[in-house]
Design a protein around this ligand. Structure first.
Ligand code: HEC
Ligand code: HEC
Length: 253
């Protein structure tokens, strides 16, 4: 279960950022000409992508929600579920999080390394408004959660050997490059550069991609062999073939 600590030291920073942004935009809700602007406080999107979203995490965190969650329904190559139609579901995280706030806090504390926000925080008002604005209230079924957990590294090695390196480049660019080509800092840790990833075994790379992160993959569980703030990808986010080909591409096979 998730620990919901109340927010303290991070608030001055966020409020400062909010104040700066409010001065910059100077309007409340007259969004008509906002066109391509995606970092507005008036529609809450500033907490989905950009500086204010990143500030919900640990100091130095460079991951915003938009790094892992699309907002347009696309899922292929994205570790987190799309925010399109997310808001009115009846449960989250495979039953581990009872509501949208708890699920969001699991990401804020787990992946982004930040402090849980509360119902009355501006960040939550904004995030909730944004997620509701792109959600149909008739979509209430929870997303299924089915990470692929095999016995050990050897089992992943057997399952993920033999991919096609040439095909893997495009899949790598879609699923991995956003972090590994830019050394993005997720929570406390920078993503290793692509050139370093080839040193890991096929089995290790596959196991990492399938089981990295906080629960349910078990970052805080002593038996977890792939801890770390990198998010895991379920087969529904990244197919077996795509992952095989990505690994072949990384290994230069
Ligand atoms: C580093 C990647 C990453 C970041 C950053 C991230 N998330 Fe997530 N999020 C995930 C993954 C992966 C899952 C699905 C796996 C799981 O259930 O833990 C998830 C699941 C969720 C869910 C539950 C979805 C469902 O249907 O069960 C919500 C809600 C959510 N995230 C909100 C947020 C919000 C809000 C932010 C930004 C403040 C955020 N996330 C930032 C990776 C991330
Ligand atoms: C949201 C950012 C993000 C994405 C997307 C991402 N990674 Fe990572 N990755 C990280 C970070 C941060 C680390 C270092 C911290 C850790 O180990 O969790 C890491 C570490 C790794 C490692 C080192 C494993 C180990 O044993 O320490 C491998 C291998 C890896 N990533 C492969 C991949 C592959 C392959 C993909 C695409 C399918 C991918 N990553 C997508 C952020 C990301």
């Amino acid at each position: 279960m998730f620990t919901l600590r109340s927010s303290t030291f991070k608030w001055p920073l966020i409020l400062l950022a909010a104040a700066t942004l409010a001065v910059g935009c100077g309007d409340e809700d007259s969004d008509g000409d906002g066109g391509g602007e995606s970092n507005s406080t008036s529609d809450g999107s500033a907490y989905y992508s950009g500086e204010m979203s990143r500030a919900l995490g640990a100091s130095g965190n460079e991951a915003d929600c938009a790094l892992c969650h699309s907002n347009d329904g696309s899922q292929d190559g994205w570790p987190g579920y799309t925010f399109k139609d997310i808001a009115f579901r009846s449960g989250f995280k495979g039953g581990d999080a009872p509501d949208l706030l708890a699920a969001s806090n699991a990401c804020i504390t787990g992946w982004m390394g930040g402090t849980a926000i509360t119902e009355s925080d501006d960040a939550w008002t904004g995030l909730k408004m944004y997620m509701e604005s792109i959600s149909d209230s008739s979509v209430t079924d929870p997303n299924g959660l089915s990470p692929e957990v095999l016995a050990d590294e050897a089992a992943y090695e057997a399952a993920y050997a033999g991919g096609d390196a040439a095909t893997g480049e495009a899949a790598y660019n879609k699923a991995c490059a956003s972090c590994h080509d830019n050394a993005v800092v997720v929570g406390p840790t920078a993503a290793f550069p692509k050139s370093v990833l080839s040193a890991y075994s096929v089995g290790r790379i596959a196991q990492k991609v399938r089981t990295s992160g906080p629960p349910p993959s078990g970052m805080n569980d002593a038996s977890d062999t792939t801890p770390g703030p990198m998010p895991f990808f379920e087969p529904a986010d990244l197919s077996e073939d795509d992952l095989k080909n990505i690994i072949a591409h990384l290994k230069g096979a």
